[in-house]
Write a protein that binds this ligand. Structure first.
Ligand SMILES: NC(=O)c1ccc[n+]([C@@H]2O[C@H](COP(=O)([O-])OP(=O)(O)OC[C@H]3O[C@@H](n4cnc5c(N)ncnc54)[C@H](OP(=O)(O)O)[C@@H]3O)[C@@H](O)[C@H]2O)c1
Length: 327
């Protein structure tokens, strides 16, 4: 099956939604005129009820007419309700299912003075994100790459660990889609990222923030801003790091790995959403997606409410931690 949310015709509307939400507007409609979708503040002429925070309007919408509403559900995974039973265009709805919860989660977090965090991992059927030697490009596919760039465009910051900076030298921009580049952030408790060659893509203008443990000394490469935060035993205090980044204007983060970094967010329950891209591939060895302390019983595992979408034959799972986050 092709990418269910690959249609670009509605993408500009999601960027508009991001801009409105950042301005504090929440009474928004997605409206289709001809083939083009826009996101606009709701008007009284459209007859929106005050409790309807986010509404997707069908092309022939009439006041009080057919709507699909975004709403939190009791299962924990955000969903959509169809009060009238008349569904919105399938391609738009597929995109909305993936990106609207992200936008709404980011807006809600900003309102509460916290940071919305989404982790992303591209893994094999046996839960590996890289070969044993660290080689990982590409387990995913082109549709996943476009999706990752859309996510970068919707959130304030994109974060990787020092290991990924070293192995993959990622550019961390949005070159495959329209939208703003996020702030680049690197986690490096011991400061190994500060000793990386200055030619690293992430260090190029406009540079990046490297989050290090409070006692770490060393000269920052050109383009790097060092952000010291508390920690213990070499581990950064993830919540303190998020607070330090908030003070620098980063209220939402797309965390792209690797395994150690993602695991530290899971372990400290600082992840709001986990996106798992599953490729039809088995490696049988290599780096696992996550590594957490052992548990004695399956009841002690982390549980998630899930939604899914198809990515050109691969699967994208949107996983919402049951019980939410610690922060
Ligand atoms: N398939 C995928 O989706 C995907 C995505 C990204 C990366 N990868 C692959 O994953 C591999 C890299 O993953 P990795 O697990 O080895 O490394 P990583 O998570 O990228 O980086 C680990 C390093 O980041 C710093 N760090 C991260 N969280 C920290 C915390 N809470 N406190 C303190 N420091 C923290 C530490 O740096 P210091 O040593 O400086 O303290 C640590 O050594 C590569 O092979 C890459 O290709 C795969």
């Amino acid at each position: 099956m092709v990418c269910e949310f690959g249609d670009d015709s509605a993408w500009p509307a999601f960027l508009e939604a991001r801009a409105w939400l950042q301005q504090g507007r929440e009474d928004l409609w997605f409206v289709q005129r001809g083939d083009a979708w826009t996101c606009e503040p709701a008007t009284s002429e459209l007859g929106i009820a005050a409790r309807q925070v986010f509404a997707l309007a069908a092309p022939d919408v009439t006041p009080g007419g057919a709507l699909t509403l975004y709403a939190p559900t009791t299962t924990g995974a955000p969903g959509f309700v169809h009060p009238t039973g008349r569904p919105v265009e399938a391609t738009f709805l597929a995109m909305a299912r993936v990106y609207l919860p992200v936008l709404m989660g980011a807006a809600a977090a900003r309102r509460r003075g916290r940071t919305f965090t989404t982790g992303h991992v591209t893994q094999t059927l046996d839960g590996r994100i890289a070969c044993a030697n660290g080689q990982s490009q590409w387990i995913g596919n082109a549709a996943d790459l476009r999706h990752a760039h859309r996510m970068r465009a919707l959130l304030d910051g994109v974060l990787v660990g020092a290991g990924t900076l070293r192995t993959d030298d990622p550019r961390l921009d949005v070159r495959h889609v329209r939208g703003p580049n996020p702030r680049r952030i690197v986690f490096s408790g011991a400061g190994s990222a500060l000793r990386e060659p200055t030619r690293r893509h992430a260090f190029r203008p406009p540079g990046c923030d490297v989050v290090v443990g409070a006692g770490v000394a060393g000269d920052a490469p050109p383009g790097v801003t060092v952000v010291p935060v508390a920690g213990s035993g070499g581990e950064l205090d993830v919540a303190a790091a998020l607070a330090a980044l908030r003070a620098r204007g980063v209220h939402s983060i797309y965390l792209e790995g690797g395994s150690a970094t993602l695991s530290s967010f899971l372990r400290t329950r600082c992840l709001d959403l986990l996106q798992v891209h599953i490729a039809g591939m088995v490696l049988g060895s290599g780096l696992p997606s996550f590594s957490l302390p052992p548990v004695e019983h399956v009841d002690h595992g982390l549980r998630f409410a899930m939604d899914h979408a198809m990515l050109d034959g691969h699967v994208l799972l949107s996983c919402w931690p049951v019980g939410g986050t610690a922060a």
